[in-house]
Design a protein around this ligand. Structure first.
Ligand SMILES: Cc1cc2nc3c(=O)[nH]c(=O)nc-3n(C[C@H](O)[C@H](O)[C@H](O)COP(=O)(O)OP(=O)(O)OC[C@H]3O[C@@H](n4cnc5c(N)ncnc54)[C@H](O)[C@@H]3O)c2cc1C
Length: 391
């Protein structure tokens, strides 16, 4: 039986553990805290699912596949992990990111509608879109109950036979995998006899494959990765009941780097910034939102949804992005049998079940990962970010 150690039980590691456990692998899932713990990126209360990705069709296709997976996983779990309330994109220019997205959606036969800004009133109790060029409506987009989903998927993985070990894993001492991913990519890594390995509490554990799915902790484990970690404040406001899902859908204002959705489960209407925050350390960084983030959100509410200008802040969370310069993910062989999976760049939750199937094919040797996911020097690009400008 093939064996794998997956390090990190965020949504990427947990989804991969589930996929591999269900396809004949002996799986050990190592997590330093608990699946769904509040420091992990996957523990956000909610995450958006959308297929629009500017002019990129790879992620769009994967998101469409993942949507089916989420609906199926919800049925299996007996709870609604994904609420398909739709998403409205606020396009500031006629030929920008949203226009490119619509072209790709059309090619992929994914449903969408182009609407006039005045149609915004159909989706929100009050809406000001006089600065906008058009609205792009994605009816099959929506909101994932992210933290809950992460716990459910980790639970399903265990039910499928994955063994969850609560421990901090490190690359084995003296192993070429320890801290030199850049060198390994250049071919300096030696042969790892006996397969891949991790070290837990001084003990070395071997498997046919090791996958380091460590989110924002990855750069501490491996040097010279093209990943920067930033602090991201998320804010939810207390709103009248009319501002709830599904009547009030998800929305993204690319030009203003703002996004959110109607109230889900009484946590309030999310209205927050997607602009990159300051550098952050995920294990010890204080989980306190900055006053300036709240001010910016109010400024945005005043401009787009004026009646919410004074809505009380109901709930806030601090999370972190693990950003690559081009927002392309990282899926790279660090040494024989050892894979790095990370650099989600703030847009990886939705894809997790479909990404897991893709990574499983790589681990099985069916294909090599897309070159875009490699350890090469990345050229900075904002094409995959849903944040156009800073607030
Ligand atoms: C504010 C915010 C908004 C976002 N919005 C969206 C969105 O709308 N849609 C979307 O698709 N995506 C979104 N994302 C991105 C999404 O949350 C991430 O892509 C996803 O959660 C990444 O999951 P992960 O498993 O890679 O990382 P994480 O969830 O961070 O998990 C990594 C895990 O590895 C564990 N770990 C690390 N090192 C070790 C070690 N040495 N030993 C053992 N365990 C270890 C950590 O404890 C952690 O649990 C958003 C992210 C943020 C921060």
């Amino acid at each position: 039986m093939k064996s794998v150690i997956v390090v990190g039980a965020g949504i990427w590691g947990s989804s991969l553990a589930l996929r591999l456990a269900e396809t004949g692998w002996r799986v050990t899932l190592v997590e330093q805290h608990k699946p769904g713990h509040l420091r992990q990126a996957s523990a956000g209360e909610t995450r958006l699912l959308r297929c629009s990705h500017g002019d990129d069709d790879w992620y769009a296709r994967l998101a469409w596949q993942a949507r089916e997976d989420w609906l199926r996983l919800g049925e299996r779990a007996g709870e609604e992990l994904y609420q398909e309330a739709g998403m409205l994109w606020f396009a500031g220019t006629p030929d920008g990111w949203e226009h490119a997205s619509a072209r790709v959606l059309k090619n992929l036969d994914i449903e969408f509608e182009v609407l006039d800004p005045s149609d915004g009133g159909r989706f929100f109790p009050d809406f000001r879109g006089d600065d906008l060029s058009f609205l792009l409506w994605e009816p099959h987009a929506g909101v994932i109950r992210a933290r809950r989903a992460t716990q459910v998927i980790a639970g399903l993985a265990q039910a499928a036979g994955a063994r969850l070990v609560r421990a901090r894993a490190v690359p084995p001492a003296g192993d070429a995998a320890g801290g030199t991913a850049g060198d390994m990519a250049a071919g300096i890594a030696g042969d790892m006899a006996g397969g891949a390995a991790v070290e837990i509490d001084g003990e070395t554990r071997h498997a046919d494959r090791v996958v380091w799915a460590c989110g924002a902790w990855l750069p501490e484990l491996f040097d010279r990765l093209p990943i920067t970690v930033t602090k991201q404040d998320t804010l939810h406001f207390a709103v009248p009941s009319a501002w709830s899902l599904p009547e009030t859908p998800a929305w993204v204002d690319h030009g203003a780097s703002a996004y959110g959705h109607g109230d889900v489960d009484g946590v309030g209407m999310k209205a927050t910034s997607d602009a990159e925050g300051p550098p952050y350390e995920p294990e010890h960084g204080a989980r306190v939102v900055d006053a300036v983030s709240v001010e910016r959100a109010r400024h945005y509410l005043r401009r787009r949804f004026p009646s919410l200008e004074r809505a009380p802040l109901l709930f806030s969370q601090v999370c972190q992005y693990a950003l690559t310069p081009d927002a392309e993910w990282l899926l790279a062989r660090a040494a024989p049998g050892v894979w790095l999976l990370g650099g989600d760049s703030g847009h990886g939750f939705k894809h997790a079940p479909a990404l897991a199937a893709y990574v499983a094919g790589v681990l099985d040797g069916e294909y090599e990962p897309e070159p875009r996911f490699g350890l090469h020097a990345r050229t900075p690009s904002r094409g995959l970010r849903t944040s156009g400008e800073v607030w």
